[in-house]
Write a protein that binds this ligand. Structure first.
Ligand SMILES: C[S@@+](CC[C@H](N)C(=O)[O-])C[C@H]1O[C@@H](n2cnc3c(N)ncnc32)[C@H](O)[C@@H]1O
Length: 346
């Protein structure tokens, strides 16, 4: 059954709770908008669930261009400053809300994917990996071997500026010591974010306003991307993937991975067949909700993981035959923690 699309007021009401812990100033503005809905006029006719995200992204985008406005510090009289900003820039905000959709590419998700890629390298032995990210946006996680990590007590020091920190619950994380041998980095996206396009990056930064440190992570990963030059393919990954896999030399093991993308994909049931059809050794790694990924490989049986919010899953294919399905970790939706629970489920 399709969920009912929320009204303008409901969309801001819903977001208040989600924002309270992470971005209290935006939670407060959601409450303000619920009592003064006219403040959301620029987004009233645009978007559905994403109305708050669109509006606040548009505000951040214009603030970056007008840093002198008192709202830009997000302190003092935030409610008053927000009223003033909306009144002053209502037309510009409406145009942005009408023409742009929110984008996301926080490298933080790499902290959840990295042990899965380590597993893939362990499985591949001394062969090089070809990373293929589905729904890559700007392709920032394709540089995950160039980031440092802290997993509770354990860490991975790459000597690079970006260090991702995640709380580990339960057992300590494995496969971190596996040196990655990355031979290729390919991202596929319907609408790739060009890392050399200053305006697209400004919009990505504006949309990245609901987790601490997001923009710094994006900037640091962009600097890595400038050096590592990942390849970005524009198109539907279900259509592009066979050609991309066929173009990867046999000596490399493709690691096809995704984060937060399968939920939007109507034909996701076709994905396991597509991976098998490549007829080669290949690893699939995913960070997503259980029903959107694990169920594809287990005939919808989610077993003990049915209630998990998110899972890191790894599936191996040997010469095109599905070999093993493994849940590596449970994770929360915001990159705050992971519970390492390697469990072979098929
Ligand atoms: C929610 S964002 C996730 C981006 C990134 N993976 C992350 O976790 O930050 C979803 C991305 O997938 C892309 N996308 C969605 N469906 C797609 C498809 N069928 N083919 C290619 N890209 C797709 C969108 O353009 C968008 O950049």
């Amino acid at each position: 059954m399709q969920k009912k699309i929320p009204t303008l007021i409901e969309s801001f009401q819903n977001r208040t709770e989600q924002y309270k812990e992470r971005v209290p100033h935006l939670a407060d503005l959601c409450e303000l908008i619920v009592s003064e809905p006219g403040l959301a006029a620029p987004v009233a006719e645009h978007g559905t669930w994403d109305k708050p995200n669109r509006l606040f992204s548009a505000v951040e985008y214009l603030l970056a261009k007008n840093p002198g406005h008192p709202l830009s510090t997000w302190d003092g009289d935030v409610r008053g400053n927000f009223r003033d900003f909306v009144a002053r820039y209502e037309k510009e905000l409406s145009l942005i809300c009408a023409s742009r959709k929110a984008r996301a590419n926080d490298p933080l998700v790499a902290a959840m994917l990295r042990p899965g890629i380590g597993f893939a390298q362990h499985w591949a032995g001394d062969r090089e990996l070809a990373l293929v990210e589905l729904g890559a946006a700007a392709g920032l996680t394709l540089m995950l071997d160039r980031f440092g990590y802290r997993y509770g007590e354990a860490g991975l020091d790459t000597g690079r500026p970006l260090v991702l920190d995640i709380e580990v619950r339960g057992e300590s994380v494995s496969y971190l010591g596996e040196p990655l041998r990355i031979g290729q980095r390919i991202g596929i996206d319907l609408d790739p974010i060009g890392i050399a396009d200053a305006d697209e990056i400004a919009w990505l930064r504006a949309c990245s306003h609901d987790l601490p440190g997001q923009r710094t992570r994006i900037d640091q990963a962009l600097a890595e991307a400038e050096e590592a030059s990942p390849e970005l393919v524009a198109g539907d990954f279900m259509a592009e993937l066979p050609g991309v896999l066929a173009g990867i030399p046999d000596c490399r093991v493709p690691v096809v991975y995704e984060a937060n993308v399968m939920c939007c994909l109507e034909q996701r049931a076709e994905l396991p067949g597509l991976l098998a059809a490549a007829g080669r050794d290949l690893v699939w790694v995913s960070k997503d909700m259980p029903k959107y990924v694990l169920g594809l490989f287990t005939g919808d049986d989610l077993g003990e993981f049915a209630e998990a919010h998110g899972l890191v899953t790894a599936v191996t294919f040997r010469a095109g035959e599905l070999e093993q399905v493994q849940v590596l970790a449970e994770v929360d939706g915001f990159g705050r923690w992971m519970r390492w629970t390697p469990t072979v489920v098929r």
